[in-house]
Design a protein around this ligand. Structure first.
Ligand code: FMN
Length: 357
């Protein structure tokens, strides 16, 4: 399928996705928790910074390429883990794997995907891939997903720490969204073992603590990334427990409504981490200028959740590729106009608060 020419920005992709989806699926994908204040703040936070661009820098050659945990990627933009992609498009996670690989970047597969790690690996064998971890009360279910993923070349584990319980997703509830349990191999495995009477997301463990980060790292011997923290305190604990990277994230405003915008948490995390781990941020990234703002505040890369699902919803793998490539092109343009030839050249001097206190 050819890219749709009328889609120039992520906002265009969002409109095309809404038109392609049922109201229930749209509520699940586009919605947040509670009054969706945090979801809005994630976007608004980017408007509270101003870029300090430099001039008369030779930008005849600009690259967006970088590395994450030593893995080369075409842009400092990764596909965030998002659940149940089969509800967005029949290609599901396989489409995201192909589109992300075509755009030259990395995909993080959700534990509660509608495809298996092996399906994703087969769809884009040469592309880098990480596995996001949700921990089931029945730990063997999670261990089994991890073992399957490592077997087929997933190279890091991304432990999502901000979903001890599911957020209050009022929009989802109003729309009557139901989780596609039978289509999710991990739910099916958990149900088959029937250790508890819970269903779907109720099967997840609410009792995890920091020692689990150490356990994951020691048991599986791959880098562990802690996703979903927004404080200096937790960033320091992640480093003390051996995290190779952290994702500053509030789950796209889908968990604790009222939580700080993730971008606003980046400076304190940068200070607390003090170079011990890589720092990524997600939540509300919709423009290349957002990407360079995040880099200037000290993030090495951003993740995008909804934008990738929008692309998948309207265009399958080509939609995913189109959305990631438009973000890459915007980022390249923003770098050039900022006076930077690569992501590494973006520094704290390139950004200022709009209204310094
Ligand atoms: C539809 C949807 C499903 C998600 N599922 C997961 C998931 O399974 N695991 C996870 O760690 N985060 C999940 N997230 C959160 C994303 O990884 C990411 O933190 C968030 O989407 C970033 O915000 P953005 O959508 O504004 O880019 C999900 C987000 C969305 C929108």
């Amino acid at each position: 399928m050819e890219p749709i020419t009328s889609i120039v920005t992520v906002d265009d992709a969002e409109r095309a996705a809404e038109a392609a989806l049922t109201p229930e699926a749209w509520a699940y994908i586009a919605g947040g928790a509670g009054d969706e204040r945090t979801m809005r703040w994630n976007r608004e936070a980017f408007s509270e910074y101003r870029l300090r661009y430099r001039v008369l820098v030779d930008v005849t050659s600009v690259t967006t390429e970088t590395t994450v945990l030593g893995t080369p990627v075409s842009m400092p933009i990764l596909a965030a883990p998002t659940a149940f992609q089969g509800i967005a498009h029949e290609q599901g996670e396989v489409g995201t794997a192909r589109g992300t690989a075509a755009a030259g970047t990395l995909m993080c597969l959700s534990t509660v995907a509608t495809a298996t790690p092996a399906d994703v690996a087969a769809a884009a064998p040469a592309a880098p891939r990480w596995l996001q971890i949700y921990v089931f009360k029945d730990r063997e279910v999670t261990d089994e997903v991890i073992a399957q993923a490592l077997e087929v070349g997933f190279s890091a584990l991304v432990l999502t720490a901000d979903l001890p319980v599911y957020g209050r997703r009022d929009r989802e509830e109003r729309a009557g969204f139901v989780t596609p349990d039978e289509a999710v191999p991990a739910f099916a495995a958990a149900a088959a073992r029937a250790v508890t009477d819970d269903a779907a997301l109720g099967l997840l463990e609410a009792g995890l603590e920091w020692d689990y980060v150490t356990e994951l790292r020691e048991r599986w011997e791959v880098p562990v990334v802690v996703k979903g923290l927004v404080t200096a305190e937790d960033a320091a604990l992640a480093c003390e427990h051996g995290a190779a990277a952290v994702v500053v994230s509030n789950h796209g405003g889908r968990q604790l409504d009222g939580a700080i915008a993730s971008l606003h948490a980046v400076p304190e995390v940068v200070e607390a981490v003090a170079g011990r781990a890589e720092i990524y941020v997600d939540g509300g990234v919709r423009r290349g200028s957002d990407v360079v703002t995040a880099l200037a505040l000290g993030a090495r890369a951003v993740l995008v959740g909804r934008p990738v699902v929008f692309g998948l919803a309207y265009g399958g793998d080509s939609g995913v590729r189109q959305v990631l490539e438009l973000l890459r092109d915007e980022t390249e343009n923003a770098l050039a106009l900022l006076g930077c030839r690569s992501p590494d050249e973006v520094t704290a001097a390139h950004v200022t608060r709009a209204h310094p206190r």
